[in-house]
Design a protein around this ligand. Sequence first.
Ligand code: FAD
Ligand code: SF4
Ligand code: SF4
Length: 471
Amino acid sequence: MGIDPKKLKRIPTPEQAPEERIHNFLEVNYGYDLESAQQEAFRCVKCPEEYAPCIKGCPVHIKIPLFIKQVEEGNIKEALRIIWMNNTLPAITGRVCPQEDQCEKDCVMGKIGDKINIGKLERFVADYARKTGIEEELLEEMIQSIEKKDQKVAIIGSGPAGLTAASELAKRGYQVTVFEALHEVGGVLVYGIPEFRLPNELVEHEVEKLKRLGVEFKLNYVVGRTVTIPELMEEYDAVFIASGAGTPRLLNIPGVNLGGVYTANEFLTRVNLMKAYKFPEYDTPVHVGKKVVIIGAGNTAMDAARTAKRLGADVYITYRRGEEDISAREEEVHHAREEGINFKLLLNPVEFIGDENGRVVKVKFEKMETLEERDSRGKRKIRGTGEYVELEADTVVIAIGKTAGKIIFQTTPGLEVDKRGTIVVDENLMTSIPGVFAGGDAIRGEATVILAMGDGRKAALAIHEYLQNKQ
Ligand code: FAD
Ligand code: SF4
Ligand code: SF4
């Protein structure tokens, strides 16, 4: 009798040991090899497409049972072809999607045993195809099938929303130019998410693929300053705004301007983009001191904490709510705990205390307690207890979220935004200006990579339709 896949346990992926990885910035998880990926794929019962809860849970509805079947049969080219129908950046989403809340959330195998490791299988397909040349074959097929068009599309921002839209439009033959404010392409994928979670070379590889599809990149180009949207509209047939939500929220408490108090944006950009993690090879060191206090408990907070740990500090994650309301991916919280990051929950910062040189030395918190009632986002309400504690700190990193920047709105007459500054769009992601579309964090506030990519794809299809009708 054959082995019953339902009785098998989830096949683990090897990882760098915590005591080793806290001294380097190399990727933590090594992913599956072919054999272990096939074993994991064998466990999936391949639910019928119309029912499969994993497809429903994935924001871009990848045909998960179909690609997993191809993995099981060792047909990685077909697996990649299936994934690419809905997702052009599987090496990235396989690494950073919050799978536990999406594709893996309602996996039927979870009812009788372990859920299928969909994210790591998706990552495996992308990595294996890249390393073996399978991806190159598919890319060549794609390039050969492109029928070039004269119409031009401008994309503002090169994060996951911009890159996905660029890929979908270039595949349909449009002349695409991406305008990026920074000197590197990739948005949060390169300046936010650290090397040990998402190696930069993977993003660079995706950018090279886009260049081969004919996409042009203009770097150090701040739309709203170097050029405005009305000016772009004179040269381009459509515009897609994918400028993200790059303005950090600040804490309005005493001491926020002391030396050593950073926003997570500042801190992570310094380490990632200026390559401070490669000191002394790159002469841009970041001195964090012995004790680092992080404020917040989302993905950004985990990344800042784990980065500070790798720079040699003792790190404390502080959060005003309780454990159940931590919003970071499960894997990140698990890895942070393994790496010895201390979690101090139900602490609300009320003051940063400095020394005579104007540098932070302590953070004062009010202790909080949770109530039964929940707020509009489903989080448990909290209230102060009137008791206070202090934590020593050489560096503080504030990671409490980001909002959209104002420069595009201020320089684009007629562009409607809501009261938080996020761009208002219709069901086809068109803004209040005909021919100008928007997506990703610019319309959602800080969200996720896959939602940004989903918007990029949806906007590209809407732009395609708009331009066909225009012709
Ligand atoms: P972005 O990635 O922000 O890209 C926008 C780009 O536009 C940037 O490159 C910016 O420089 C450029 N730009 C802005 N204004 C202009 C202008 N005026 N002119 C030209 N260019 C401009 N999500 C997950 O799913 N999983 C995770 O694990 C995860 N971890 C995260 C960790 C950190 C530290 C952060 C900050 C976010 C994380 N997120 C994660 C959220 C996720 O990265 C974002 O939701 C996603 O990147 C949004 O994509 P986007 O393309 O809309 O914008
Ligand atoms: Fe899961 Fe994200 Fe891949 Fe969709 S894109 S299958 S949610 S890992
Ligand atoms: Fe496989 Fe789980 Fe999807 Fe069913 S729900 S097809 S078992 S991954």
